[in-house]
Ligand binder design. Sequence first.
Ligand code: HDE
Length: 735
Amino acid sequence: MDKNRKQHQNDKIHQLERDGEDADGQMLTTNQGLRINDDQNSLKAGDRGPSLLEDFHLREKITHFDHERIPERVVHARGSAAHGVFQVYESMAPYSKAKFLHNPAVKTPVFVRFSTVVGSRGSADLARDVRGFAVKFYTEEGNFDLVGNNMPVFFIQDGVKFPDLVHAVKPEPHHEMPQAASAHDTFWDFISLMPESLHMIMWVMSDRAIPRSFRMMEGFGVHTFRFVNEKGKSRFVKFHWKPLLGVHSVVWDEAQKISGLDPDFHRRDLWESIEQGNYPEWEFGVQMIEEKDEDRFDFDLLDPTKLIPEEVVPVKRIGKLTLNRNPDNFFAETEQVAFHPGHIVSGIDFSNDPLLQGRLFSYTDTQLIRLGGPNFHEIPINRPIAPVHNNQRDGHMRHTINHGRASYHPNSLGGGCPMQAGQDMRGFISYAERIAAGKVRARSEKFFDHISQAALFWNSQSHPEKGHIVQALRFELGKVEVPAIRSRMVGLLAQVDKTLAGLVAQGLGIPVPTKIEGPLNLSVPAGQDPKWFQPKPRTPSLERSAALSMSATVKDTIKTRKVAILAADGVDSAALERMKKALLAEGAQVKVVAPRLGVLRGAAKGGEISIDFSFLTAGSVLFDAVYIPGGEQSIEVLKGDAKALMFVKEAYLHCKAIAATDAGIDLLLAAHPAQDKTALSHMKGTQPDERTLLRVDEGIIASRSDKNGRVAAQFIHAIAQHRHWVREMKDQIPA
Ligand code: HDE
């Protein structure tokens, strides 16, 4: 067993190992355990004859192969997962009787699956999309699944609209295009008729939809849940995951290029980080609301298109999630894991959010078709570590061999077992919410303000973030073919913000409609006649919320960031090694990229450097920053290499930190977009005061005489800022 696995044993891992298989030193057998003598030739009548039906090995092998696939998830098909642990910081017993939230010494095993929503199983990781963030806690009192997303709100308010939403966003049914993209007519047709989607649309059009890494995104339970304590007191609760590395994203141009260069970018990042011991971490946060305060908000707590601003109810950080072990087998674990928002433990309960209520039906139902029957809870990854005893029996692929005659309750033949657990024995009791209502198909009128929080999100974004939202909408609506859909959508955006709508309209070359084209979606306020619904005008009670912008996120670390060092034969190997050492000391990863693979000869005697990637196998979009060491000969080669020039140019246009020393500055100049050349040209061939060369605010750190090693320190600071958007204002040239 490797070190990583030994170090991170927990109750779930022990349990999984009972089903593990290891072929080291073993003989090849059939599924019946018969040793196979020849796996190269089928059984034939003569060496040129037809194959014989008798060949049970051939038939078994091919039949199994023919049945290897199961239906992919109808949504969230593309995913990646890891094992880990959760530990609470301090006992939450005053709020929840859930035992796994009581003892800070207890490490609860978890399995976490991240996903995109729209694309199929083989689609690219960097699609513009919501990311699933599903956590299965294997608690000693049963499994608790927190099946959330990386955005705190959702497109729709009621589960009954989910099939419509998914049909609209999936590839169009007549020609199955486009794959893993919302930029097409059916999606925007639906959205433009569903004003309740507007808040979520702002999130999906923001850079949150193209994360830098799963390790650098937030997670949200989305719906309001309940905490219930030992005394039966209930509080409403919203769940949050806060990444310790901060929330960071790539830019759209980059996302599209990553999808070509490495469609597994997020999957690889998660896998490699765990293999390298850089365990991804999140803090678990809760916003708790007293029952008596349920109506104090200007939106309904049951409405999943609204969030509770952190300024209004702060997020209390109550524990930490650490992912420390990759799965052994993708299919057995990541593909077969079955999450369900209805898997809860005593101390946690549901609210009446109509979207959550719809989900409570859907997830078991979907596993029946996807995993083939009602025994999916017996698949190793889904099995709780808490004991399971009940009178459910049989069905496809039953593993458990239940002993005894009695499979019913009450019984006397089995001594009345298994017994119901009283409250004092931690039997689950649903929260006894009082409900006095008529049975109606309706939603509360408080759900109808679709604009205020969309505007709150927009107003809370930094200038560059706003620019990216405008560009995303221009891109998405630009791909729409029916002009009326574009126009209707711009009309809705105008309800959120006139400037936003104006900028999008300008990119599309259309006017902003003066009034919303009706009728939009039909909706029925409680107790009233059905009517065509128009969004209520916005009534914001809060203008801005800092937590909604990524600009104020963690920016004091370069841990796990990937830095490319560009070099060719004759590179200043001493400078290269010096920079590499400084970056590694801060926890970054450093890769040498050169015109070819193999080993480089350094300028100094004896300096040999191994190359990690050639310009053919890597692009700047796979890195967070670039360093160009000097060495006249190396720089001459790189200047003549179109791919090396493109590498630097792209890194510049994607606003990444770039450092160059000595002759390295000449490559930077050669690759630099034309209009900025004047700003940099004073560096060429002169020895000016170093201060003028350190353009730290723009993330460009260049020096022809780095005697005191200032470049490394400044470069590290610049990488930690993630991106230097100030450059974006100057340069609109796509790389
Ligand atoms: Fe899901 N969703 N969903 N969903 N969802 C599924 O379950 C569904 C919703 C989420 O990594 C499916 O096992 C309905 C909101 C995640 O395996 C399916 C509705 C949120 C995952 C399903 C919603 C989510 C799923 C597909 C509206 C964020 C991936 C396969 C009523 C809070 C879990 C499966 C994994 C998966 C149905 C809305 C998150 C079909 C009907 C809101 C992270 O059952």
